[in-house]
Design a protein around this ligand. Structure first.
Ligand SMILES: NC(=O)c1ccc[n+]([C@@H]2O[C@H](COP(=O)([O-])OP(=O)(O)OC[C@H]3O[C@@H](n4cnc5c(N)ncnc54)[C@H](O)[C@@H]3O)[C@@H](O)[C@H]2O)c1
Length: 456
């Protein structure tokens, strides 16, 4: 049976490499739609959790994982040895029913897959250059087990040219040709953790292959789980689409942060300005200021683009400028804390300062690149006595800071509270009256006007 047919009748075996914020929802969605899915991860704990039917990602329900994980017969106690339990099923000892998910650390099972989706991290090095080591490692594993007829898709965000210049030559070292012996495509992931309005299924998916057949096969695959698929002419276009989207956000957030800094000098309420501007039904899209950028995408992805552009002698001035403005926001928050304390004749040194929310954005537990870490560090250097509340982040370790989240109602005796991340679970009404000083970096106390509340 050819690959097109196996995809269409949901008999294609799908491998997802990297079971994180991107890979796990994708793997679960494929399994829910009837595919036989194997998740590959180097993290044995994650593999064990999936095989035990538990989710470690807030947006993915444990009951969904349990339902698809339970579709595979498990021998008692086998889960404990991460990677080995479901491997029995993978090797064909026990054939799982359609619509199942199992996880493994054993990459040799990649050979049994018809489709392999790569969803590994793409961070920056300390020098701010792209760190493709995770992609390279995953591609090496795929290459080792590559067989004719497989469809390989890269989903990790990366610079234009990665699929063509890095992934393709590595895979072709096996003597197989991309586009004819095996199929290769890039499809950027657009998942937005914490956003319940859009899910893996309802977010349109862009797909670009190394040739028309690769694009067609990858489009067929995603069409079986995603409502709208947008084929584009090449892998480079698909890679650039993602970087345009995230650069657009970084630059617009940079612009609105600059407007916030400017408005503060001019004694204008930037939040009121944005709300009024947003009433324009065309030509304006609201972006909001905040304590700085965070997460694995917006602070990082534009640097992938500017790094690649430099190879063409092109300087990305918007990206550099936005990164400069966004990077200065934690300093500005500390300045506002200092102004707030000053109004009560207190210095930062020795004051009890409590952060509400340390995750990089609301309703997620992701701490990667969180601006709260910079704010804590700056306040720590100035001698503040620090504490925090974040129901999604029970512990926080940063430099020599080692803190545990305090229950919201126990955060008493605080000199200044800083609303850093506006999680929905916080009781803002109570907060407004409980603390002598509040610095609100997210306009979470919208509509509450009082002398002790300091906004950005
Ligand atoms: N987090 C987001 O909101 C988001 C949104 C869109 C796109 N992306 C992009 O998706 C990619 C993945 O991001 P993420 O947030 O899911 O990362 P993540 O860190 O949550 O997950 C990555 C997973 O890959 C695993 N891994 C690393 N190297 C591996 C290897 N060689 N073999 C197998 N598993 C390996 C890790 O153990 C981890 O479980 C990145 O390129 C990111 O930029 C992320």
């Amino acid at each position: 049976m050819n690959l097109k047919h196996t995809i269409r009748n949901r008999q294609a075996k799908i491998g997802v490499i990297g079971l994180g914020y991107v890979g796990l929802p994708l793997a679960v969605e494929f399994a829910k739609e009837g595919f036989d899915v194997t998740g590959f991860d180097i993290d044995a704990w994650k593999v064990g959790e999936i095989n035990a039917g538990r989710s470690y990602i807030l947006d993915v329900k444990s009951e969904d994982v349990a339902r698809v994980a339970a579709a595979v017969p498990v021998s008692a106690g086998a889960v404990a040895a991460a990677g080995s339990a479901r491997d029995l099923a993978v090797t064909g000892v026990e054939a799982p029913p359609a619509g199942s998910l199992r996880a493994t650390t054993d990459m040799s099972h990649l050979r049994d897959m018809d489709v392999v989706d790569i969803c590994v991290p793409t961070p920056l090095r300390k020098t701010k250059d792209p760190d493709l080591s995770y992609v390279v490692q995953a591609v090496e594993a795929v290459k080792t087990h590559l067989r004719p007829g497989q469809l390989i898709i890269l989903e990790s965000t990366t610079y234009p040219g990665t699929t063509d210049e890095v992934v393709r030559p590595a895979l072709e070292e096996r003597g197989l040709t991309a586009g004819t012996d095996f199929y290769l495509a890039f499809s950027p992931e657009r998942v937005d953790p914490g956003n319940h309005a859009y899910t893996t299924k309802t977010i349109p998916k862009v797909v670009g292959g190394v040739n028309a057949l690769s694009t067609e096969l990858a489009s067929d695959l995603y069409s079986s789980i995603i409502d709208t698929v947008i084929p584009v002419s090449s892998t480079r276009v698909a890679e650039m689409v993602k970087l345009l989207e995230n650069t657009f956000r970084a630059v617009n957030i940079g612009l609105v942060n600059e407007i916030a800094l400017m408005s503060h000098r001019m004694d204008i309420d930037v939040w009121e300005v944005i709300d009024a501007a947003a009433t324009k039904p065309f030509g304006f899209m609201p972006f909001y200021p905040g304590p700085g950028l965070g997460g694995h995408c917006i602070p990082i992805d534009p640097s992938y683009l500017s790094w690649k552009a430099r190879q063409y002698g092109f300087e990305c001035r918007f990206i550099e400028l936005a990164s400069h403005v966004n990077g200065s926001m934690p300093e500005f928050v500390v300045e506002r804390v200092s102004e707030a304390l000053n109004s009560a004749r207190k210095p930062i040194n020795g004051s009890k300062i409590h952060l509400f929310g340390v995750a990089y954005k609301k309703d997620v537990s992701d701490m990667r690149e969180s601006p709260a870490l910079d704010i804590l560090e700056l306040l720590h250097r100035r001698g503040a006595v620090l504490s925090y509340t974040d129901p999604y982040v029970p512990h926080l370790q940063h430099g020599d800071l080692n803190l545990g989240s305090m229950p919201e109602e126990q955060s008493d005796g605080i000199d200044c509270a800083v609303i850093c991340t506006n999680h929905r679970v916080f009781n803002y009404q109570a907060m407004a009256s409980r603390f002598p000083l509040i610095v609100d970096t997210r306009n979470a106390l919208k509509g509450v006007q009082a002398a002790h509340i300091f906004r950005l």
